[in-house]
Write a protein that binds this ligand. Structure first.
Ligand code: ASP
Length: 441
């Protein structure tokens, strides 16, 4: 069977020389780990900084003409300590100095910030004796920022034909005119996923500093259980609702080709971590896959007599939201009313104007607004086969005196979302977790 793995290492996995050694052991212990993607070197302790953060700062210094020597020393110190401790050649430090010389106030943010991944990947490629391939020659965006899969496929094919073992910097690619374009923060996950898609990898390994994905936020639940297997769709729901292990956009390229993702721990490489698949055989023992949530939503409720017998009121409201480029998360409906659930931060500057326009467009009798609402998603692929789960969920919250202000479940029954007051956020997650996973709330 064709075995090629893409292994992506996050910033903490390449934070210092000791971490580089762990990465080398992992990579060399499995011959099929052929495409290695790296983030920029991250924080090695509390007093250290991420290369990417330092580079954002460096850009600001140049932009405003402020002396940048201190920042440059920090960046070069981070790179050179890895280079020296691992006995790598000093050519890279010369390249770094030349690069710094070439920066001016006109240098683009994307180019400067991408150098974190660039220089980290250069160090790693030398250390592993794997070939360095610049992401600007491999990850190609169109001007509308969609990805040019055809161009990328052709380029990767040529690279792998000549050099089967490569290291690629994550987080950036290039536009058709050759300019560097960075992705969102955490974007190296996406680079790894794209390369797994293009190479038809047998697996996409995402190496980080936690052993897989947890069933709930460990800041809220003491020692939550680890998720062994999860589907892409479940993970998408959990990450959209705030669980942050993998960049949410990283799911799509591998999902398209049904390539499993494994979330693994560089500091505990024998832990099986979490495997993400398209479909998972149902295990009877398990009930929920995970819980995640986000705070600070607003609910705008529009009341209008006879609304249920008329057409167009909802459409008119959505048009107003569209004008203000507001994303609506949920639309619970009643007979002569409906609610719009929107993240409060998006309404900060425009709330009263939006309410006025909604009143006008819907010709409503009344509009109510509530703020400080949290949405909590309980994700489970088992919900479909099991009855009584929602009963238990709502019953457990009721018994703890938690008021639910919104309930949402789509007909695929992959999750239930409840809205509660921000102040009940932790208690709600704890109550649900303990109802389904045991332990004391
Ligand atoms: N270095 C970038 C960041 O800090 C991208 C990444 O790590 O994936 O966000």
């Amino acid at each position: 069977m064709y075995m090629l793995k893409v292994a992506k290492f996050g910033g903490s996995s390449v934070a210092n020389a000791e971490q580089f050694q762990k990465v080398k052991e992992i990579v060399l212990s499995d011959k099929s780990r052929s495409i290695i993607v790296t983030s920029a070197s991250g924080k090695s302790d509390q007093n250290d900084s991420k290369l990417t953060d330092l580079l954002y700062l460096l850009y600001e210094h140049y932009k405003y003409g402020v002396d940048a020597e201190m920042i440059i020393d920090k960046i070069s110190g981070k790179l050179s300590s890895i280079q020296k401790e691992l006995n790598l050649s000093s050519k890279l430090m010369d390249e770094f100095s030349d690069y710094v010389e070439s920066i001016s106030s006109r240098t683009h943010l994307d180019e400067i910030v991408s150098r974190g991944e660039y220089f980290t990947a250069k160090l790693l490629s030398e250390y592993l004796s794997y070939y360095f391939v610049d992401a600007k020659d491999l990850i190609i965006f169109n001007y509308d920022l969609s990805l040019n899969y055809q161009a990328m496929e052709e380029r990767l094919y040529k690279v792998l034909r000549d050099t089967p073992k490569i290291v690629v910097p994550g987080f950036y690619g290039s536009l058709p005119n050759g300019d560097i374009k960075i992705m969102d923060r955490g974007g190296s996950d996406i680079t790894g996923s794209i390369l797994a898609n293009l190479s038809n990898a047998s697996c996409y390994e995402n190496w980080t500093d936690v052993s897989g994905i947890l069933k709930a936020d460990p800041r809220i639940i003491n020692n939550p259980k680890q998720i062994d297997v999860i589907t892409y769709d479940e993970l998408r729901e959990l990450s959209y609702m705030g669980a942050s292990v993998l960049h949410e956009e990283a799911i799509f390229p591998v999902k398209e080709k049904n390539i499993p993702i494994q979330i693994l721990n560089t500091n505990d490489p024998t832990n099986k971590g979490t495997t993400i698949l398209n479909t998972v055989e149902t295990e009877r023992k398990q009930e929920i896959t995970g819980i995640a949530g986000k705070k600070d939503f607003s609910i705008i409720t529009i009341f209008k007599a006879h609304m249920s017998n008329e057409r167009g009121t909802l459409l008119a409201a959505l048009r107003v939201l569209d004008t203000y480029q507001l994303r609506v998360e949920h639309i619970p409906t009643g007979i002569d009313m409906f609610s719009l659930v929107i993240e409060t931060k998006h309404l900060e500057n425009s709330l009263y104007e939006v309410l006025g326009k909604l009143q006008e467009a819907c010709n409503s009798d009344r509009i109510d607004v509530v703020h400080e609402i949290s949405l909590i998603a309980v994700v489970s692929r088992f919900m479909k086969q099991k009855t009584g789960m929602s009963g238990r969920l709502f019953g457990s919250l009721g018994s703890k005196g938690i008021n639910i202000s919104l309930i949402s479940q789509t007909s695929d029954e992959s999750n239930i979302i409840v809205g509660v007051n921000n102040e009940d956020y932790d208690k709600t997650i704890q109550t649900i977790y303990h109802e389904f996973e045991g332990g004391v709330a």
